[in-house]
Ligand binder design. Structure first.
Ligand code: CA
Length: 229
């Protein structure tokens, strides 16, 4: 699944140019001309990253970045700020809002793509299409196949996404809220106990090979994938 990138930029020519470059590089690109449009897009389908222009009509890019960081839903959403401002002070101000990176206009497509890929690797390894393996359990995001000690497992789409999330974020406790944000996204209203239902299904499939014990319940906190007891 290609990473979905939302570009928020009021200048149509720049927005379209970036979108074409993103498409050519194999990304899925969405466009918004201001913060209001961006918010609607985010609610209908959570992107994997936001490219946010500093100078926007209405809510500025910097203020919007701050809002994204304050909102539970978008707290972890990777943000790159695009700006014509070159002052060191401005750069700091941009990063203080919680943005992850900062690209100064004019930039080359190559530079922008390099920054996007670097940030995706840091923040969302599940979109990087890299096969993962933990304790004999293997998941390949490209072929969508899961194997336990070499034997194919049949997972439903939600269980696959859930397992992919866990395998790319092991040894950490994830609250149900965080799991919902990362696996389900913000487009639907889902109750937290939905997570429990899908965890149960996932464990059921993993039971035969004994891999169900990789997914640990952490009382009062959430779930963790770990090969250790
Ligand atoms: Ca602008």
């Amino acid at each position: 699944m290609p990473a979905k990138i939302l570009i928020i930029e009021d200048e149509q020519a720049i927005r379209e140019m970036i979108c074409v470059a993103l498409h050519n590089a194999g990304f899925d690109c969405q466009e918004a001309a201001d913060a209001t449009q961006a918010q609607a897009r985010i609610l209908s389908a959570m992107p994997d990253m936001v490219l946010l222009d500093w100078m926007l009509p209405g809510i500025s890019g910097v203020d919007y970045a701050r809002r994204l960081r304050q909102d539970r839903l978008t707290r972890h959403l990777p943000i790159i700020i695009l700006t014509a401002r070159t002052q060191e002070e401005d750069k700091l101000k941009g990063l203080e809002t919680g943005a992850d990176d900062y690209v100064t206009k004019p930039f080359s497509t190559r530079e922008l793509l390099a920054r996007i890929r670097a940030l995706l690797r840091r923040s969302a390894p599940q979109t990087a299409d890299i096969a993962v393996e933990i304790g004999g359990l293997q998941l390949d995001p490209v072929t969508h196949r899961v194997q336990a000690n070499g034997a194919r497992l049949a997972l439903g789409p939600m269980e696959f996404r859930l397992l992919h999330f866990f395998m790319t974020h092991p040894e950490r406790v994830h609250s149900r809220e965080r799991i919902l944000d990362s696996v389900w996204g913000g487009n639907v209203y889902v109750e937290e106990r939905t997570v429990d239902v899908h965890i149960r299904r996932l464990r059921k499939v993993l039971e035969a090979s004994g891999h169900d014990t990789l997914i640990q319940t952490v009382r009062g906190a959430g779930y963790r994938m770990s090969a250790q007891d």
